[in-house]
Design a binder for this molecule. Sequence first.
Ligand code: EPU
Length: 309
Amino acid sequence: MTDGLGSTRGVRAGVVLAPMTTYKLGGPADWFAEIEDEQHLIDVLAATGAVDVLVLGRGSNLLVADAGYRGLVIRLSGEFVQIVVDPDGVVRAGGAAPLPRVARAGAEAGRCGLEFYAGIPGTVGGAVKMNAGGHGSDTASCLISARVIDRFTGGRYDRTAADLGFDYRHSNIEPSEIVLSARFSTRDCERAAAEARIRGITRWRKEHQPGGTFNAGSVFKNPPGDAAGRLIDEAGLKGHRCGGVAVSEMHGNFFVADEDATAQDVWDLVWAVRRRVGEAAGVWLEPEIQFAGVFDRTGDELMGSETVG
Ligand code: EPU
C-alpha cells in the first residue's frame, strides 16, 4: 500500500519532523502530506491502507522519536485554518486553526468565552482530542460539536460535546478520527474586556512558564487534587537533566531542551522524573505530552540515568 501513497498527490517521502515541533527534535516521517482541503484529505486517506497516520498540529505537545515515525504524517492547512464568527456568536474553526487565533477572533467580534485559548499554543483538533484547557476553562466548557472524518470508513459526521466523553485532558475521539472543524459557543461581551483578559493570560504565562525555549508545555497531567509541577518541585528535581534536557528551574512540569538535546533525552527524563516523584510522593504521574515513534529504553530501564544539573 505504501506504493499507493508514494504516487498520491502531495505525499512526500522521508520528511524531517523536527522543525515542525516546538522541541525541534525528532527524525523523519516515512511519508508526509500538507493538505489544504477536504477532498485532498479524502484522497490521501484512501491511499493509506494499513499505514499508520499521525495528524500533526503545531507540534506544541508532541515528542517525535529520533528514529522518526514509520507512517504518514499529515499537516492540515488552507481551509483547515479558517475561523469564522457567525452572527449568532458561534465560532467555527478548522481543525488546524491555532488556538490563540481562535481566542483573538472571538474577542475581536465582541464574543467572550474563548480567551483561555490565548495561552495554549496548539490547534483546534488537538484541543478537542485532549480537552485542552487552562486559566479556569477547557474545551469541554465551550465546544458545541466537532466535525470528524473516520480515516478507515471515510465517513464524515458531527460529534457533539456531550458525546465526546470529555474528562480532564481527555476525550473519546478514536485514533481513526480526524477533526476537520469545530463549533464553539460564546457570550456577548465588550471587545476591550475580552482583549484585556487575553493580555492578562499572555502576561501570566510569561511570568510563570518558560516560553521561548524548546519545550512542549506541561509534560505530565496534573493528578487529581494536586499539580505535577508542585510535586516535581517538592521532590527537588528542578535542574535535573538527562543529556541535553533539563527540568525547568521556572516550572517543574516543563522540560527544556538545549541545542544538543535528543528526543531520547526528553523521553529518558520523563520516565526518570516519573519514577522519582512516584518514589518520593507515591503519585505516579501520567504524561500529558504525546509521543510519536519508537524510543530506545523503557521507563523501568531508566532508573538513575539522570544527573543533577
Ligand atoms: N508549582 C510549584 N512549583 C513549580 C510549578 C508549579 O510549586 O515549579 C505550583 C504552583 O505554585 C501552583 C501549582 O503548582 O500552586 C500549579 O501550577 P500552575 O499554576 O503553574 O499551573 P499548572 O497546573 O502547572 C496548568 C496547565 C497549563 C496551563 C496552566 C494555566 C496542566 C497539566 N497544565 O498548569 O497547561 O497553562 O494551568 O492555567 O493542566 C499545558 O497543558 O501544556 C499547559 C501549559
